[in-house]
Design a protein around this ligand. Sequence first.
Ligand code: ZN
Length: 867
Amino acid sequence: MDIQQSLAQPAIAPAVTLRADYRPPEWLVPETALDFDLDPAATRVRTTLSVTRNGSHAEPLRLDGAGQEPLAVKVDGVLVNDWRIEGEQLVVPLAGDAHSVETEVVIAPDRNTQLMGLYASGGNLCTQCEAEGFRRITFFPDRPDVLSRYRVRMTADSARFPILLANGDPVAQGDAGEGRHWAEWNDPFPKPSYLFALVAGDLAVNRGSFTTRSGREVQLGIWVRASDLPRTDHALHALKLSMAWDERVYGREYDLDVFNIVAVDDFNFGAMENKGLNIFNSRYILADPDTATDYDYDGIAAVVAHEYFHNWSGNRITCRDWFQLSLKEGFTVYRDQGFSADQGSPAVKRIEDVRSLRAAQFPEDAGPLAHPVRPDAYQEISNFYTATIYNKGAELIRMMATILGPQAFRAATDLYFDRFDGTAATCEDFVACMEESSGRDLGQFRLWYGQAGTPRVSASVDHAPGGGRATLRLAQRVPATPGQPDKQPMVLPLKLRLFGAETGRPLTDERLVLLDQPAETVTFEAITERPILSINRGFSAPVVIESDRTAADLAFLSAHDDDPFARYEAMQQLMLDTLVAGAIEGAADHDAVVAAIFNTLENPELDYAFMAEAVLLPSESFIGDQLAVVDPEAVHRARETLRRAIGQGLADSWRQLYAVLQQGPYAYTPDAKGKRRLRGVALGYIAASGDADTGRLAFRQFEAADNMTDRQAALTTLANGDYAEREAALDIFYNRYADNSLVLDKWFQTQALSSRADTAALVEQLAQHPDFSLANPNRARSLIGAFGVNQRAFHTAGGAGYRFLADQLIALDTLNPQTAAKLLPPLGRWRRFDEQRAALMRAELERIVAVPSLSKDMFEQASKSLE
Ligand code: ZN
């Protein structure tokens, strides 16, 4: 540690929580009764806990709080005053082994800008408790291994809060006099405090029903403000599909008589799986063709499914401690990915998932915030809701499913659900079920949970001309990550197959190779022509493959591989090799890429959605990730040059597709979606060609569109360029959607993602726009978050982008530390850039760390980013 860094440390270093320190709870809480007197300015919470001593010890009861003063503490109905406050905990000495403990506090939801605990959004009251928000509502052992049965009573103003919802089933309601009313809800399933939820507000409902396979009729409700009701059908439909899918694919049935979802505009994440009462960021509920893109529709279905699936993987079986977070998140992401794959094209879904893994998780795993899927330590658990826990965690489950095969995997998940139902479990419990049920040894596989970093695999095939044997040499290397300098070899399930360079035919079946040594060779007999290697088919392992395949080999695979992912991957690698050469050498041969794209577009066997994915160039950040030192301008130039070559070289194809793919009235079908997607890509390449009519063409599409997908595609093209129509389109879009905040987010985001040279300056201006606000997480992310991932704009020479981001984060930290900390990682990538940029980025991190009242969320992210 250098001197500068030690100067930047705060006087009191934040406490670190260690996985190794886990101890079972000293007291259990079988029953919890909550009584809320709801009011935005002052809500009174009366809590009655039945507590029992867990084991034999003499420890007092310790209840977590977060700053609130206990107004009164009763034990077995009698006021006591021998309690004390230690740190943020309320400590109550108890003589016997079972007591009733009652506390009373007053909290102020309308001053809660962190959006954790009980808060106000759009005039309504709602809660968010994961991970440690419940302690901001009342005193409680706020840890996931304390499971309790909750009964909730709410009293509120009848006019302002006509709807009162909580977990479980409604029990009773009535008039409370003086313009107030009350309602009681009961949740029969023991749950940890992070799954508690209530909502009070003026809400309208879209109702549906679902009959489970054993005949339980479940009443479904999607609750929103009345004017949003017409935008809720898609979410309701997705919910019914999810319920049926989980019965069919995992044998999991819903277990309460009601399932409610509430949409709120102010929300830190995507959505929350509270038992029987999911609370959603409205962007993952509201959709109609005029305001939501196909991408939004898919996202809504995926998140509705994800939260619904948590009812089993998360709620019925929860996590013992927060180090086990991937137990529920990795598995549930894997489940929602399977659901989405089954709704449309599995190949396209896999491509999308790998693309987002590479965009978010690979850089995380290669940077200062790298951590294992099961971390060993944290300062602030909110910082660990990461792409590693979620998306890499899902890849771990996928690898086990691949190793076991579908039947054995299903038997293993049945065992897991059966054995751990009603408990707080660990990642180890899950793996042990996989092992026990299938009889396979997953000893070495467990390294995936403990070792961070993306493994790199080198692969090359030897074949003597005329000979019959081919030898595949594989070697693996796991890079060092913070705190983990030396790594052991992992188990990498690699699906592979050989194709003949001359005949184009497959030379072998698909094989699953489990690479578990530092290096291995695999031999293939009766190989009569030069073999071309297709490896990591379906992206069977989340690794980087380094192979010596030539441009011609990759072009061949992009045309002939029978695995759609491998085909996509070959094309991506071909593009990437070309782009990296272009960025380093200033010029590259574009012909192979242009020809491969032409072949893809001409192939009648491919569907439009796949074509659209296959012909898209890798992002500037992903190209940057391949370079020893990222040169953002060189990457941008190389990519734009290749885009122009593709646009010009295939001009006729793009024009023809653009015309042919034009559709009649909007329909939400896989075919129509695929056409829209490929037509949007065609428009992008027409624009890249530099043809003079591009602005007119895009503007015509913008004006004629009867759906947001086409309108947004046209707007993006216009926003990226220098067209006469650009300003007009942005103004029209703004005015048309001025009262729809989710669409205004798109307006900000499209500009923040623009590839124009002046984007950094424009973003600074947009931060002054009257509609910009840091208080709403969606809005903050739409400008600040999008800017941070726009490599060219964020890294504009001189460091203005770094300063701007740091200023915004420091301001946001005072309102909402969780959301601020999530937007910091772009600054932590300084090691990847040249000295000037690195120094400027570090200076901003130093400035953040030195802020006197910095949150521990931001402190952890910024200080780790400096190391
Ligand atoms: Zn989740």
